[in-house]
Design a protein around this ligand. Structure first.
Ligand code: MG
Length: 263
């Protein structure tokens, strides 16, 4: 896979990323889709089988890549505008698949607000976005899934969620007629941030500690990406595995300090 390196005009900021999507060892088709092209980084995990899942996830990603922010360094964009794109994606998926298919979506757009760079992180479903910052790997997004609700209610532990029989049931998705409201976070982008975006094919195979070790063991984001995918394959590869790792570097970023959450 290739890697993007795009200097952002006006800010001393360099974005680099690695990405990979692997069918895994058990599935016939890869129903995941992704985009990794500054400023858009997102993974969509299609569901519905018989190629319908592929259609749903690819329509979702194409809706983002057809949007006005695609290919623009540090665009301005607010959560409401992004939610409108998701409404469009939902309608297009339902028109194409008749409600038989759906998709999750998680990722980030590197936006600017008030002249400072932010990660606009978004999530619908159970794909995930993490941020490695100041030595820790923090899961930003919260799964929209039945097992997450059971964890929230204290009925099961996060460890039990990993093997729970209903762990694949999502409570929000695009295209299926269910709730399509995304959660959003606007997080100041800081030099040396590393963002990890992945489908559940990584999370269900590789534990948090190993993900942390692999994300921090490689300087180049493509090497980290490849190592994560290989770890998921070695662990069984029971689902499609999609991974994006995004780095920003640069010397004179104006750093914002306020993190906002929109749920
Ligand atoms: Mg999956």
């Amino acid at each position: 896979m290739t890697t993007d390196k795009t200097p952002a005009p006006g800010l001393d900021l360099t974005v680099s990323c690695g990405y990979a999507s692997d069918v895994g060892l058990r599935r016939e088709h890869n129903e995941d889709s992704l985009v990794a092209a500054d400023p858009l980084f997102a993974v969509a995990d299609g569901m519905g089988g018989h190629e319908a899942g592929e259609v749903a996830s690819s329509i979702c990603i194409r809706t983002l890549t057809d949007s006005r922010v695609a290919g623009r360094s540090l665009p301005e964009m607010d959560p409401e505008e992004l939610q409108e794109l998701l409404v469009t994606a939902d309608e297009l998926i339902r028109a194409e698949t008749g409600g038989r298919a759906g998709t999750t979506l998680s990722g980030t757009i590197l936006v600017q607000e008030g002249g400072a760079p932010y990660w606009l992180v978004f999530n619908v479903g159970d794909s995930r976005t993490y941020r490695l910052s100041q030595g820790g790997l923090v899961q930003i997004t919260i799964d929209h899934s039945e097992v997450q609700e059971l964890v929230d209610y204290g009925r099961i532990t996060p460890e039990e969620a990993l093997t729970h029989p209903r762990r694949h049931v999502v409570t929000r998705a695009l295209g299926t007629g269910s709730d399509i409201d995304a959660d959003f976070w606007l997080i100041p982008a800081v030099v040396d941030d590393r963002i990890l975006i992945c489908s559940d094919g990584l999370i269900n195979e590789v534990g948090d500690e190993q993900i942390f070790n692999l994300v921090t063991s490689f300087a180049h984001p493509q090497d980290a990406t490849d190592a994560l995918v290989q770890a998921a394959l070695r662990a069984g590869g029971r689902d499609n595995i999609s991974v994006i790792v995004v780095d920003i570097s640069g010397g004179s970023l104006r750093v914002a300090t306020d993190t906002r959450e929109f749920e």
